[in-house]
Unconditional design. Structure first.
Length: 147
């Protein structure tokens, strides 16, 4: 295995690591690692002309990603791509940047979770606060539970 192959193989297993970490693990300079990774990424056969459209029959739950070579279905649920394992990182990044797809965006559920967590924390802390403050805390709990 050549030095470049060793770097690429290690990089593919550890994509989240920084150049410093990769350099220490492989005992190779950061500049060399950076140039090998950059040339590897440029060599990938990725269709540059990517297009996307939503299905007309099932709006916002099915889309089609297409390039010069093929067309693939993108199965969606509330902006989350359910079949993301079928796409390259480049395609997923492109969908996220251009259409906001790929991340779960359910703000109402998040707000409800924060409110219920606040109620639980307040109830657990009631015994630690003074009687005067308990009255205020109970009013806050009652209000939060009505939301």
């Amino acid at each position: 295995m050549t030095r470049k192959e060793k770097i690429i193989k290690h990089y593919l297993k550890n994509k989240t690591k920084s150049l410093d970490e990769l350099s220490k693990e492989l005992d190779i300079s950061k500049g060399w690692i950076s140039s090998v990774i950059t040339s590897y990424n440029k060599s990938l056969n990725v269709g540059k002309d990517i297009g996307f459209c939503f299905s007309l029959s099932l709006p916002n739950s099915l889309g089609y990603l297409f390039d010069d070579y093929r067309e693939r279905e993108v199965i969606l649920e509330k902006n989350e791509i359910l079949n993301e394992h079928e796409f390259t990182e480049y395609e997923l990044l492109w969908l996220e940047k251009n259409y906001g797809l790929g991340k779960y965006l359910d703000t109402e559920r998040d707000e409800i979770d924060y409110v219920s967590e606040a109620v639980i924390v307040l109830k657990n802390k009631l015994h630690q606060i003074s009687p005067k403050e308990r009255i205020k805390a109970r009013k806050i709990i009652d209000y939060l539970e009505t939301i």
